[in-house]
Design a protein around this ligand. Structure first.
Ligand code: FES
Ligand code: FE2
Length: 472
């Protein structure tokens, strides 16, 4: 398709060169429909207002009209595997205790003492009772009230009215979600079509092996959106171009909540002059910079370090090596796994702030939470690895929170992703500052490559207007 053909309708133009579906047709295995069935819908070309990222009033509207009504990714099952384990989850002005019950179920209670309001817990732990550190009011781990000191002074308090307020809990794929206000779509409806798509990739068999977080001096949406398109690679991450089909990526959306960016690896960027470079060069560059080898693989060595046989593409050779490495590492046979599912960045997003990668290899999961002002957020990166067949699920590693002066590359466990994220962070504070300084007060989006950002804002508007959620 031509790069800029004025006869094409909005959103119909595509980058010249090999398309995502061309690559799927050339995959060494039959590709499942979930990776070939295009789901692109033009959503308009209007600019969006810069103040959505900078205004406290807008952040307050998000807190009041959006966050209480959405399913929030709050924890992974392996964060609290045993009865009594609890974690403190905080977001958008609320604090919750997420607690594992004796029957294996999970409850999410507001983490605020009903006496004079102290947070009951400020750190994760294990407990059958939560005793407030201020005066000792005590609750059971299911949120029911137990006891208080000096009860003679509280004849007006009825114990059965002292249950901690609770949020709805939903669980899917090893992820635990909560929703503050009851009602609205079920978790499965909210996530659709992700539960169907991820049946192949089975995140419930995975555990958190890396978890790094950093406060970013930019709005949570600015930060999330930096991970919603691949074409900034051309300028921001030029070292990735020899093996990244940045602008040959596919961008699809489903309904209000779900979208994906399918980024092919093992193929040269259309922005790099690779004429005359052999397929081996693509592999060699990939090995230098890929972010999925290293510590997550047993037995050392780099499974990507392959020689491309004559007549084979880099994608096929890398796919074959990964298929073999995957089987050895996990004990699962996946001879039908496509090159795409072993190599590519299949980056799904669920509104508003949860982004699990699909595919078979260790998967990145992003989460972004707003900070105390519109100008900061907390970004978390987990890597989930499949637990070897037949082995018990290990507990998550603890979150490694980087200090304000630390870079992502100061977390060695994140491997070469550190350098890539550092490059992203080199933009974000200046995006935030630029949005404050903006004379036009507007942001422009590409019709295709930035469709996920547009869908995100249109969904957010539906909450703010009350069309979705329950806000008046
Ligand atoms: S504030 Fe919790 S017991 Fe007083
Ligand atoms: Fe990036």
């Amino acid at each position: 398709m031509a790069e800029s053909d004025p006869t094409l309708g909005g959103g119909m133009a595509r980058c010249a060169g090999t398309s995502w579906n061309d690559l799927m047709a050339a995959d060494s295995r039959p590709v499942p429909e979930i990776l070939t069935q295009e789901s692109y819908q033009y959503l308009g070309s209007e600019p969006i207002a810069a103040e959505r990222y900078t205004s406290e009033a807008f952040a307050q509207a998000e807190r009041e009209k959006m966050w209480p009504y959405v399913w929030q990714f709050a924890a992974r099952e392996e964060d609290l595997p045993e009865p009594g384990d609890f974690i403190v989850y905080e977001n958008a002005g609320r604090s919750y205790l997420i607690s594992r019950q004796d029957d294996g179920s999970v409850r999410a209670m507001h983490n605020v003492c009903l006496h004079r309001g102290r947070k009951l817990r400020t750190e994760d732990g294990a407990a059958d009772k939560f005793t407030c550190p201020f005066h000792g009011f005590t609750w059971h781990k299911d949120g029911s009230f137990d006891t208080m000191p000096c009860s003679w002074d509280f004849p007006h308090i009825q114990k059965d009215k002292m249950t901690l307020p609770e949020a709805e809990v939903g669980r899917w794929g090893g992820y635990i979600f909560l929703r503050e206000e009851r009602g609205g779509p079920s978790l499965e409806e909210f996530l659709a079509p992700i539960p169907e798509f991820f049946k192949r990739w089975r995140h419930e068999e995975c555990t958190t092996v890396v978890w790094v977080a950093k406060e970013v001096p930019a709005n949570w949406k600015v930060t999330a959106e930096a991970f919603m398109e691949a074409w900034h690679t051309v300028v921001t991450h030029p070292q990735l171009l020899p093996f990244t089909g940045d602008s040959n990526s596919a961008y699809w959306t489903w309904g209000d909540n779900v979208n994906v960016n399918l980024v092919p690896f093992g193929v040269m960027s259309p922005h790099v002059d690779g004429n005359g470079q052999p397929q081996q060069w693509i592999v060699d560059e990939f090995v230098k910079y890929n972010g999925r080898s290293g510590d997550n693989y047993e037995g050392g060595g780099d499974p990507f370090a392959v020689t491309v046989p004559d007549g084979m593409t880099a994608r096929e050779a890398l796919g074959a090596a990964m298929r073999e490495g995957y089987t050895a590492q996990t004990g699962y046979d996946h001879s039908d796994a496509t090159d795409a599912e072993l190599l590519d960045a299949l980056v799904y997003n669920v509104f508003p702030n949860f982004a699990p990668w699909g595919g078979f290899m260790p998967n990145i999961v992003y989460r972004w939470r707003p900070g105390t002002t519109p100008d900061t957020c907390l970004m978390e990166v987990r890597i989930l690895a499949r637990v070897k067949k037949g082995e018990p699920m290990p507990r998550s590693v603890p979150m490694h929170l980087l200090g304000p002066d630390q870079k992502w590359s100061d977390a060695p466990e994140i491997g070469v992703l550190g350098d890539v994220f550092n490059q992203d962070m080199d933009n974000l504070p200046y995006v935030q500052q630029g949005l404050h300084h903006s004379k036009t007060g507007q942001v422009n989006l590409g019709d295709y490559q930035e469709i996920r950002i547009r869908q995100f804002h249109q969904t957010l508007d539906k909450y703010l207007s009350g069309e979705l959620g329950g806000a008046k």
